[in-house]
Design a binder for this molecule. Structure first.
Ligand code: SAM
Ligand code: SF4
Length: 326
């Protein structure tokens, strides 16, 4: 079966948030203090999350990415993932993590059937990393990256949110990571969320980053594979890995959007920036799978042609990224 929206886009990718909790407090994602902790009753159970995944796959979803908050802090995540990877017709199971717990969990994730990992890493300097994450230990993330490679993960994606004046001087260091490691390093434009007032000052167009990197390294465009995501990818001549630019603000990629999202409390959304949500919880509680199918189809059918966030406009609904899952 195939799912398509009103603009003819095929929707085959679900981002599923399994928790709003996190072991970091990245300044662009969560407030430093006062984050209300949702009770276990508010967060979807693993059984409910699995039901959503099963129904979504039945409708035409082929790829699921697990996100959060930090998915690896939720107890029992590995058996849950092993269950998801066994869903027939689910072609890709991926997970996004800050990498802090990867050193001890990478092998378990690989054995559970997770095929791809995205690791968020915004600085290779200890002090800058600690400042952005409000206390994170860079060594643990680097150990996590190494553990993921040892466990068998290939083409690890390393996601850097670039912020002017904070970490943008490191873009060449991140590009250089791909020279001898087969990483896909992706530079992400900083997006407005609830926490940041002066976000336009931090957000750097992907085109500027491309220009700055290409002054130092000869770059050639790389063809996108299936499920390659929204990045525009390049390769430094002779490098082992690739670099990519994810440009939600300055050159939005909505026309290629293939995704829907579910928050950890069971709200289905057609777009990260949309304030229209469908509450799936009552349907899950009553075991109404037909209703669930209908709700997911509805979310797809009301997907807008594009989001309205630009460099000048933060849009109507500032939100906390950790709640929606990035
Ligand atoms: N905790 C996990 C992590 O950090 O990878 C998964 C959840 S996090 C919300 C998912 C992604 O959203 C991360 O790559 C993070 O860098 C990105 N993100 C969060 N806030 C952002 C912002 N304001 N602008 C751009 N990317 C953001
Ligand atoms: Fe946590 Fe990820 Fe948000 Fe950082 S970006 S605070 S690691 S959820």
């Amino acid at each position: 079966m195939e799912l398509s929206d009103a603009y003819g886009r095929r929707i085959n990718y679900l981002r599923l948030s399994v928790t709003d909790r996190c072991n970091l407090r990245c300044r662009y994602c969560m407030p430093e203090e006062g984050v209300p902790i949702l009770g276990h009753g508010e967060i979807l159970t693993y059984e409910e999350l699995t039901t959503i995944a099963r129904v979504a796959v039945r409708l035409g979803i082929e790829k699921i990415r697990i996100t959060g908050g930090e998915p690896l802090v939720r107890k029992g995540i590995i058996p849950f993932l092993a269950g998801l990877s066994g869903i027939p017709s689910l072609r890709h199971l991926a997970l996004t993590t800050n990498g802090l717990l990867l050193d001890e969990m990478a092998e378990g994730l690989w054995s559970a059937g997770v095929q791809r990992l995205n690791i968020s890493l915004d600085s290779l300097r200890h002090d800058t990393f600690a400042a952005i994450t409000r206390g994170g230990d860079l060594n643990r993330v680097l150990a996590g990256l190494a553990a993921a490679e040892r466990a068998g993960f290939r083409s690890l994606k390393v996601n850097m949110v670039v912020m002017r004046g904070i970490n943008d001087l490191e873009i060449l260091d991140f590009a250089a990571l791909t020279l001898d490691r087969p990483y896909a390093v992706r530079f992400i434009e900083f997006m407005p969320t609830a926490g940041e007032k002066d976000w336009q000052g931090y957000s750097i167009p992907g085109s500027e980053l491309l220009e700055r990197i290409s002054r130092h390294y000869p770059l050639r465009p790389v063809d996108k594979g299936e499920f390659a995501g929204p990045a525009r990818d390049y390769m430094i001549t002779g490098a082992a890995g690739t670099i990519g630019f994810i440009t939600p603000i300055f050159c939005h990629f909505c026309s290629d959007c293939n995704r829907i999202r579910i928050t950890s409390t069971g709200k289905a959304k057609g777009c990260l920036f949309s304030d229209e949500e469908f509450d799936l919880k009552p349907l899950l509680k009553s075991g109404d799978e037909a209703g669930l199918e209908e709700a997911l189809r509805k979310v797809v059918s009301i997907k807008q042609d594009r989001h309205r966030i630009t460099e000048n406009e933060a849009g109507p609904t500032p939100f906390e990224m950790s709640k929606v899952g990035g």
